[in-house]
Write a protein that binds this ligand. Structure first.
Ligand code: ATP
Ligand code: MG
Length: 140
């Protein structure tokens, strides 16, 4: 295993409920380090581009509206086996299936408003980091 960087979003359902700090604690407690972080209002174009892989799915339109419904916190997390570790801390997409103690089990409202996003592979992590951050924003 190696040190990996992954891309994370704290979604609008979580920022609205003032859960940013509690979610960041889950990452840090799992050994993930926040190496870049910013709170932004995502534009419609950014949401549509970011979720372009889901364009044909029935929930695409709703998902893009949800992701622009309030501020999000975009972050780069780093750690040993970071991509898988983050997915583990997040829990299953549907909070009803998420393991106890995971972010989605504790905080998610629904399969859509599920509090966090995390990259699923090294290639997507690299693309997603580039989508929201310039190299000089990755401060370590
Ligand atoms: P993410 O990509 O956000 O980390 P994921 O990889 O667990 O989550 P994906 O299948 O990539 O899940 O779906 C992307 C996002 O689309 C989900 O996190 C969720 O917000 C939304 N989503 C997925 N499936 C559904 C669904 N059946 N109905 C509504 N929204 C959904
Ligand atoms: Mg995904």
């Amino acid at each position: 295993m190696a040190i990996e960087r992954t891309f994370s979003i704290i979604k609008p359902d979580a920022t609205k409920r003032n859960l940013t700090g509690k979610i960041i604690s889950k990452f840090e407690d799992a050994g993930l380090r926040i190496v870049a972080s910013k709170r932004i209002q995502m534009t419609k174009a950014q949401a549509e581009g970011f979720y372009a892989v889901h364009k044909e799915r029935p929930f695409y339109g709703d998902l893009c509206s949800f992701m622009t419904s309030g501020p999000v916190v975009v972050q780069v997390l780093e750690g040993e086996d970071g991509i898988a570790k983050n997915r583990e801390v997040m829990g299953a997409t549907n909070p009803a299936d998420a393991a106890a103690g995971t972010i989605r089990a504790e905080f998610a409202e629904s399969i859509e408003a599920n509090s966090v996003h995390g990259s699923d592979a090294p290639e997507t992590a690299a693309e997603e980091i580039k989508f929201f951050f310039t190299d000089d924003e990755l401060v370590g």
